[in-house]
Design a protein around this ligand. Structure first.
Ligand code: NAP
Ligand code: ZN
Length: 349
């Protein structure tokens, strides 16, 4: 065991405070990673506030981890000391079910082990990336392309793959019209990746405030959902809507924007149920679906794609001492477009 400094929520809704805990000694297949940066995902807030139920405390959040390998176990094949690597939302899965064998670990039939707020298969709670170091099986470690900065790449590990996977699965490309609903951490990566895939990209946002940013990221069109007149004109327009909204909204209003055979893919997870009018689905043979993160091979593919297209997240780097303030700003949609914790700041705690 080695002792590691981090930040934790000790109880539900408590502010995060400094917390020291133990990491396991590396096993044969493990990689030890010095964490340089960790992104703040809205899922960190949902879980620290127990909005999905079943949270485990104390909780060290963080599943957008970028850092350098500082040690490897005796059986590690793919990584060596000094490599620049990332860890996303998962640290283990059964490895034998159909989903795992297809490289789709986020759909593991046994249930994958999440990076934090989860339990290893031996029952030990997992602790995330708001910390100095992490010890992870090499099967769940991916390589960050050398042309990307660690700060700008960290959030690709969740926000990037959560957008890339449905864009690929639903064939976003040169002939498709893709709408990104909500321009936050996930949404802004959706715009950049969909644009790089060649799709015609529309952003649907609360207000017009983020228009310039969205166009710089590659959006072709931008509409405020609060402008009813303009919104209505978008009826029957899109092949694919990626719904990243973290709060309760009326899905029917957005389903109505899908053209023939269009799909709305839900990735936002507010922790409340939504209702769907069957007529909205029948018209235009529409579908509604969900998508969860993405598998490890696809995460590596996404990182390589982002490397080739020079895609990084737009970030605001913060010291860990500002994490609670950052949570409040995310809740107000006041982040352009991802907070990333500079883990060097932990030394001051
Ligand atoms: P975020 O940065 O807070 O972005 C969410 C965006 O939703 C906001 O920027 C805002 O965009 C829009 N929004 C917020 N409240 C709204 C409201 N009341 N009405 C309409 N729009 C609203 O969050 P994120 O980190 O991107 O995460 C988004 C959601 O995805 C969270 O629920 C998170 O838990 C979930 N998530 C899911 C997966 C997965 O695997 N499926 C992975 C990661 C995260 P505008 O200002 O543009 O309107
Ligand atoms: Zn996330």
């Amino acid at each position: 065991m080695s002792t590691v400094k981090g930040y934790a929520a000790n109880t539900v809704k408590a502010p995060l405070t400094p917390y020291t805990f133990a990491r396991r000694e590396p096993r044969a297949g493990d990689v030890v990673i010095d964490i340089h940066h960790c992104g703040i995902c809205h899922s960190d807030i949902h879980q620290a506030r127990d909005e999905w139920g079943g949270s485990i405390f104390p909780m060290v959040p963080g599943h957008e981890i970028a850092g350098k390998v500082v040690a490897v176990g005796s059986g590690v094949q793919k990584f060596k000391t000094g490599d620049t690597v990332g860890v996303g939302c998962m640290v283990d899965s059964c490895g034998t079910c159909d989903a795992c064998r297809a490289g789709l670990q986020s759909y593991c039939e046994k249930g994958c082990v999440y990076t934090y707020n989860s339990r290893e298969y031996d029952g030990e709670p997992t602790m995330g990336g708001y910390s100095e170091r992490v010890v992870v099986d090499e099967k769940f470690v991916v390589r960050i392309p050398s042309n990307l900065s660690l700060a700008g790449a960290a959030s690709l590990l969740c926000a990037g793959i959560t957008m890339y996977s449905p864009l690929k699965h639903w064939n976003a490309g040169p002939k498709s019209r893709v709408a990104i609903l909500g321009l936050g951490g996930l949404g802004h990566m959706g715009v950049k990746i969909a644009h790089a895939l060649g799709a015609e990209v529309t952003v649907l946002s609360h207000s017009m405030r983020k228009e310039q940013d969205a166009r710089r990221m590659g959006a072709d069109h931008f509409y405020a959902t609060s402008d009813e007149e303009t919104f209505k004109k978008q009826a029957n327009s899109f092949d694919l809507i990626l719904n990243t909204v973290s709060a309760e909204i009326d899905w029917n209003a957005y389903l109505n924007l899908l053209r023939l055979n269009g799909s709305m893919v839900v990735v936002g997870l507010p922790g409340v149920n939504a209702s769907i009018a069957p007529g909205m689905l029948l018209r235009n043979r529409r579908s509604v679906a969900g998508s969860m993160i993405g598998g490890i091979p696809e995460t590596q593919e996404m990182l390589d794609f982002c490397g080739q297209h020079n895609i990084e997240c737009d970030i605001e780097a913060i010291p860990i001492q500002q994490v609670n303030e950052a949570y409040e700003r995310i809740l107000k949609s006041d982040v352009r477009y991802r907070f990333v914790i500079d883990m060097a700041s932990l030394k001051a705690s």
